[in-house]
Design a binder for this molecule. Sequence first.
Ligand SMILES: [Zn+2]
Length: 342
Amino acid sequence: MKYFSLLTNVNELRIGNDSSKNIGKEIGKFVVSTMEIPWGIVKNKIGESPEKVINVTSVELSWIEDQIKKLPDFDTILGIGGGMAIDVAKYIAWKLNKRLISIPTILSVDAFTTPAAGIRKNHDVEYLGEATPNPLIIDYDVLRSAPKELNIAGVGDLFSIHTASFDWEYANSKGKSEYPFKAEAINGGKKILEFIYDNIGNIKANNNNGLRAIVEAYISLNTICLPIDHFRIEEGSEHYLFYELEERLKRPFIHGNIIGLGIYLLSRLQNNDPLFITEMMNESGLVYQPLSMNIKKDDLINSLLNLKEFVKSKDKLWYTIIDDSEINQEWIKKNISELKFN
Ligand SMILES: [Zn+2]
């Protein structure tokens, strides 16, 4: 890969079939941050037993701090699982200055390639600390033991470059960008999208090339976003709909899927090639329909009607197309007409 670079927070990448095998034999005393299902998949492969297993049920800071108090002496923390287990591992590695190893068991979120831990303080997301996986282990066999939709969901946070970059360019054109505008960052994002479009069949098939494409795209995204210290090319209005829905419905979602729904709707609000990005999402097999996430039509309508006010009430959210839009009943009716509901 031309723009595949390890000049990111990932020190070393081990990628291949069975690449997590016997990792436990080379890392000293270790503890594991995981959940029941991923741990069941990996525990017999790693070759040694941990000093302790943290069964992650929360990413609230107070919960994590309680776990830290109960930890024995150790050298390395292994994050094994999806976003939450790896975020907890990252936070603990940073807080206690320990070696971090990440073994994602699904690719549905990019937690395994980003340095900060996405944790919650009184339910609000905060990105804390800085931790570098050494190594990041991408084990194709482990990933393929998960339902393939959970890996395909990984493209949600990559397709979001389509709408988020538009938002950044839009904000900049209005003199409202929170950061110095960088055309190179936007162009780099476009290259990542093209790379994903080129691999769309592999991604849908959940084969090695498809899994590798998602990982490489995330790492490339970091090479762009870490030096400028923000993810504005990848996070914009499509994420804000998710934040509104999450606050409204008070339940978790598979991140990439709900972001896909945001891309579907916000690309339409932006008049930003919605049919093309929708086709790409369809071809990738991304599960973004409200029906599959059990989102009721009325809830989505109310969320969209409230979206502008929601964004304005949150100081931390950036300027996007939402700030200058009138999302009314008529617009909603027209734009949700082809979405599937219960
Ligand atoms: Zn995201």
